[in-house]
Ligand binder design. Structure first.
Ligand code: FES
Length: 113
């Protein structure tokens, strides 16, 4: 049996889509689902999806709610706090397509829950 390929995807981005029913702040309150859907469609449209390329996945709370809405790109473990679709488009075109981190959208390192 061969070992699993650690780089099956070149980039793997996870979007927190967590929704809190108790009124506390959560990524779902900041259009996280729309951002996720848009990212998926852009990645597909640009021919970036699939093995050896990019995978876009949903996640529950990533415990960095204070920086929300957040998404994280692996294997680099680069955290983004985005605002709108233009931000997502920039992450796709710069980081996911070309490996260039979008510095202006980085989640401040101290922000946790
Ligand atoms: S609700 Fe999104 S990181 Fe916690």
């Amino acid at each position: 049996m061969t070992a699993p390929d650690p780089s099956y995807y070149q980039h793997h981005i996870f979007f927190c889509l967590n929704k809190r029913e108790n009124g506390d702040s959560c990524c779902a309150d900041h259009d996280a689902q729309e951002a996720f859907d848009y990212c998926k469609s852009e990645v597909k449209k640009q021919g970036l999806s699939g093995a050896g390329k990019v995978r876009v996945n949903k996640a529950g709370c990533l415990d960095r709610c204070a920086g929300g809405p957040v998404a994280v790109v692996y294997p680099e473990a680069v955290w983004y706090s985005y605002v709108d679709k233009a931000d997502i488009k920039e992450i796709v075109e710069s980081h996911l397509a070309n490996g260039v981190v979008v510095e202006r959208l980085l989640t401040p390192p101290h922000l946790g829950r």
